[in-house]
Design a protein around this ligand. Structure first.
Ligand SMILES: O=C(O)Cc1cc(O)ccc1O
Ligand SMILES: [Fe+2]
Length: 453
């Protein structure tokens, strides 16, 4: 095996903390080569490629998509993907479900789960997927799956690609290395990694077992939201997105190629690593992002703004302003609004909200039930808001500037109603009492006291 350290077109290390293994920017036309001269100059398809490589294009959008959404990359690889494509047999997808998957019917109540413990059994990243909800229809390229993942072993001579969706991975415990066709990405809790659909990966543990969340995006690729009047800066800044430099494996060894396609999982025996891309260029590539680089913008005088101000990435639908998915975070920030109920208001949302907590306390749920590694679902138009503890605190506390610190919650918000999986409905982690939290709120109304309480 001659695993090559990344070399070639390395960006200069800068004061931004950019590691030499990554290139900075969002949706750039990147180029990177792990051997000098491996990238053909000025053309994509020379008659023969340097070093005897094969040229291959991967298209993330129709060829004819407008420039702003056109995504493709050119890969110069030891073997084209057709050589890594064997005789596939269907394999058990475990607890991984794909929309449409109407497995159970539940009353229209909010749902919440304690953290599901990391299983003791050996589980690869693929084997350890536990679908919580599905929404839309993967075949129609609309909607999403919200999953938990557990990894207790590294993938060894096993490779995976997902044709059904782009994968946004939110680690909550344990660090992971994603060896991808485009290069190597390492992530730890507080960071995310996005793997475009059709990109091959092998996922390794970088220490102990790992747990986290996975948003499988069946629709339009995640992109940065418009900033509108916010202007050219803040929220997620493009320079903080990191795409790996080219790194290849020239490894002849028996292995397994796993493909998720059409909601089912397929395996083929192969004889070499498919992570054999020596050079590539294009704008369709995996990336990571440190969520602590997000610069939140919010109300600096009064009121609580809609959570869309905290959108890190959005998967657009064909309807303007109606996201297939918004990936929204609730991270460290100052609360300064005067005469304001500062936590989220009570609300009903036509978009459905799947939430998770990486660390800390979420300000709408201070009563203790929303724990790191746990999850909640506030489905289409289901009423929800602060628990009684959060309401009472926020209604009575002195409104000094207050910093929320050491906290990272997130939301996968989709225009589609979410169907709960059988796993999510039957796990002992489901909190049986959560549906009634609203009934613990007190009635404060007094027709004889017009002043605010
Ligand atoms: O329901 C939630 O906790 C998420 C959320 C947060 C917020 O600040 C405003 C609306 C909203 O849905
Ligand atoms: Fe909400």
């Amino acid at each position: 095996m001659t695993d090559q350290a990344p070399s070639g077109l390395r960006p200069a290390a800068t004061g931004s903390g950019l590691s030499p293994g990554y290139m900075s920017g969002f949706g750039n036309g990147f180029e990177s080569e792990a051997l000098p001269g491996a990238l053909p100059v000025g053309r994509n398809s020379p008659q023969t490629c340097p070093y005897g490589l094969y040229a291959e294009q991967i298209s993330g959008s129709p060829f004819t998509a407008p420039r702003t959404t056109n995504e493709r990359s050119w890969l110069y690889r030891i073997r084209p993907t057709v050589m890594h494509w064997g005789a596939f047999r269907k394999v058990d997808a475990g607890f991984w479900r794909t929309a449409p998957a109407p497995e159970v019917e539940l009353p229209p109540a909010p749902l919440r789960w304690d953290p599901v413990p990391i299983p003791a059994e050996p589980l690869s990243f693929v084997e350890g997927i536990r679908t919580m909800t599905t929404a839309g229809d993967a075949g129609a390229q609309a909607g999403m799956g919200a999953h938990l993942f557990f990894a207790t072993r590294s993938m060894q001579d096993e490779y995976f690609t997902n044709a059904d969706g782009e994968m946004l991975v939110v680690p909550q415990e344990g660090a992971l290395r994603f060896r991808t066709e485009f290069g190597v990405i390492e992530v730890a809790p507080g960071e995310i990694v996005v793997i475009p659909r059709g990109v091959k990966v092998a996922v390794e543990l970088l220490g102990g077992p790992a747990r986290g969340y996975l948003c499988e995006n069946y629709g339009g690729a995640f992109t940065l939201p418009e900033r509108g009047p916010i202007g050219a800066n803040c929220l997620a800044n493009p320079r903080d997105f990191l795409t790996p430099v080219a790194a290849y494996e020239d490894r002849d060894a028996p292995g397994t190629m796993l493909v998720k396609w059409g909601g089912t999982l397929w395996a083929a025996e192969i004889a070499h690593s498919p992570l054999d891309v020596v050079a590539w260029h294009g704008n369709y590539a995996p990336y990571k992002y440190d969520l602590r680089r997000f610069s939140p913008v919010g109300p600096i005088l009064f009121d609580h703004a809609d959570p869309s101000i905290f959108t890190v990435l959005t998967s657009p639908s064909e309807t303007p302003g109606t996201a297939n998915i918004d990936f929204v975070i609730f991270s460290d920030r100052w609360l300064v609004a005067e005469n304001t109920f500062r936590p989220p208001w009570y609300h009903l949302n036509v978009m459905s909200e799947f939430m998770g907590l990486v660390y800390g306390v979420y300000d709408a749920k201070t009563g203790g039930g929303f724990r790191p590694g746990g999850a909640s679902l506030h489905n289409t138009l289901l009423p929800h808001g602060p628990d009684v503890d959060a309401f009472e605190r926020a209604s009575t506390s002195e409104l000094k500037p207050h910093k929320l610190e050491g906290t990272l919650a997130f939301m996968f918000e989709t225009r589609f109603p979410q169907k709960v999986s059988r796993f999510a409905a039957e796990t002992p982690s489901l909190q049986k009492e959560y549906g009634a939290y609203g009934r613990k709120l007190a009635k404060h109304f007094d027709p004889n006291r017009p002043e605010a309480r």
